[in-house]
Ligand binder design. Structure first.
Ligand code: ATP
Ligand code: MG
Ligand code: MG
Length: 548
């Protein structure tokens, strides 16, 4: 199995195995099915699965579905598909909702021990009476109900006798504890809502902080890894395990969540982008979701390497999104066919090339990987080059085409610009060039040198293609979590241009990946590509200002 670089959680696992505290590591990845997975989840997936893998342990995929209102089977299915696509196989597939009966019974144990009570206060009253960091909370007037009364009220909650918010079950711990999570936290609430898995069987639902430790214990999880926000919850996690008399004792460990520059990474916000149609669904290639990254052209290998290399720390920080770009470039560098695509075509007529004649030129498929072999590309009298590769009045050091200048056509000949044609608006729409047959690529011609090499495609055989070019969706990083990030969207995050690719690419299939000379890496889009039209997503440009 692949091994993650050393980190503090891995060290704990090694210690626990060596001391005999655990005999087999069991981890879990516990998403709530209320949205699609994002790159932050990938960090947690890689950590949990690889940690268990490395020590011959087990990892469960567990849906933490204790909140019926926001959850949906669409999300369950997408999460399963994404975890598999990332390359991981879970041992157990579980739903927290299948433990509702046991969770209920464990709450009854708490009531019998005098450690839980039914409260009639409203959510606001409960919040206000919790106190603050400096002021203790105040007891609920219902805190001292008898065990019998609590048992009966809790049963009536389950039976559906109360409306949403009319009663809650609270743990009875200490309203003046310095840890606010110990001030009689709510562990059950009434919610009359249909649940994606249990249907209408329940109208009371356990709160996360109560449910999660029980879920871990039921599954025999040994190392329950979560993000730092839950550090304050750990004492209550241990309290639940102990007081509910769970036979297995899992331990919670916290690590820093992944934050990326120019990226929103909360399902709530990503859902907002989808619902408000700011993007083309959860798998829009601009989204940091696993399905968006997949459609954009990122590979599981690149995402896994990224997730390993960012490391596992105990302090929050923000990772430069360029680091993810770096790993996809590394992954595709020797794998992707290097070919030519024209994004903004300008027609060139090679006036001294025989009409109706076509020749096939030899081209390397990947100059850094000879094993990928060579291909033949057609060349004839009319070709397309990039508009930006011609200037009527070039500045100094412009080495591409301008009147009187000669350049090398990649894999072909030198051509010299003699004339150009403008349309009524003054835009250059066609160049007239001549080629020199002696300068053929691979012929060993050394007669004279040119400073510029440009790419091209043969006009007659070119395959029309749409290119979708992306920039970050979010303009600036927002310090204030509550500021409306929707107002900060980059208006240029998607730019669509129509161009051409080499004839040989006609058969390209969704998810085929290419490097277009000078432009970058592209993926054949699975959603918009049809038999008649190729659509390419820019995965990442060639240039990188990021070094690891
Ligand atoms: P969000 O706030 O985006 O909805 P979440 O934490 O509520 O995220 P869950 O579905 O509950 O999402 O998360 C499943 C697991 O993934 C949890 O163990 C959580 O800690 C982890 N996780 C979520 N976001 C990140 C992140 N940005 N970096 C690392 N781990 C994450
Ligand atoms: Mg959540
Ligand atoms: Mg969250």
């Amino acid at each position: 199995p692949t091994s993650t670089p050393s980190n503090f959680i891995k060290n704990i696992v090694i210690e626990d195995l060596n001391s005999g505290k655990v005999s087999q590591v069991v981890t879990r990845f516990p998403p709530e099915p209320n949205g699609y997975l994002h790159i932050g989840h990938a960090k947690s997936i890689v950590l949990n699965f690889e940690l268990a893998d490395e020590f011959k342990g087990l990892t469960n995929l567990r849906f933490d579905d204790t909140n019926p209102v926001k959850e949906d089977t669409e999300y369950v299915e997408s999460i399963k598909a994404d975890v598999e696509w990332l390359g991981f196989k879970w041992d157990g597939l579980f739903f927290a909702s299948n433990y509702f009966e046991e969770m209920y019974n464990r709450a009854v144990i708490l009531i019998r021990k005098g450690l839980a009570y039914v409260d009639d206060q409203t959510a606001d009253q409960i919040r206000e009476s919790r106190g603050t960091l400096t002021a203790p909370g105040t007891n609920s007037p219902h805190r001292d109900r008898s065990v019998e009364e609590n048992l009966s009220l809790f049963e009536r909650m389950r039976a559906g006798e109360f409306k949403d918010g009319e009663r809650v079950l609270r743990a009875k711990i200490d309203m003046s504890s310095p840890n606010i999570n110990f001030r009689d936290p709510v562990i059950y609430r009434v919610v009359h809502a249909h649940h994606h898995n249990t249907g209408d069987a329940w109208c009371i639902y356990p709160m996360y902080a109560y449910a999660h430790p029980i879920e871990d214990a039921i599954e025999g999880v040994t190392h329950s890894i979560c993000t730092l926000e839950f550090e304050d919850q750990r004492p209550f996690y241990d309290w639940v395990i102990r007081e509910c008399e769970m036979p297995n004792v899992p331990r919670q460990y916290e690590f820093a969540r992944l934050n990326l520059t120019n990226t929103v990474m909360s399902k709530r916000k990503l859902k907002q982008l989808v619902d408000e149609k700011a993007v083309d669904g959860w798998d829009d290639p601009r989204m940091p979701t696993i399905s968006g990254l997949r459609r954009r052209g990122f590979t599981p290998e690149a995402i896994r390497t990224f997730a390993r290399e960012i490391g596992v720390a105990r302090s929050n920080s923000t990772v430069d999104a360029k680091m993810l770009d770096h790993f996809i470039r590394e992954d595709l560098k020797l794998k992707a066919l290097r070919t030519m695509g024209i994004l903004n075509p300008l027609k060139v007529v090679i006036t001294n090339y025989p009409e109706d004649s076509v020749e096939l030129l030899d081209a390397e498929n990947n100059s850094e990987n000879p094993e990928m072999g060579n291909r033949q590309i057609p060349f004839s009298r009319e070709i397309y080059i990039e508009q930006e590769d011609f200037m009527e009045n070039p500045p100094n050091k412009y080495f591409r085409l301008f009147p009187g200048n000669e350049v090398r056509l990649k894999n072909a000949y030198f051509i010299k610009c003699n004339d150009f044609v403008k349309d009524d608006s003054g835009k250059v729409i066609e160049l007239h060039c001549t080629y020199d047959v002696e300068t053929k690529s691979g012929s060993g011609f050394t007669g004279r040198k040119v400073k510029g090499t440009i790419h091209w495609v043969d006009a007659k055989s070119a395959v029309p293609a749409e290119f979708r070019l992306y920039e970050p969706l979010i303009l600036d990083d927002q310090e204030d979590e509550n500021a409306s990030f929707l107002e900060n969207l980059n208006p240029n995050s998607l730019q669509i241009v129509q161009g051409f690719v080499e004839a040989g690419m006609k058969e390209a299939k969704p998810h085929d990946k290419f490097q277009f000379f000078r432009h970058g890496y592209f993926n054949v889009d699975p959603k918009h590509t049809t038999n008649d039209k190729l659509v390419f997503n820019l995965i990442v440009s060639l240039k990188s200002s990021f070094e690891v």
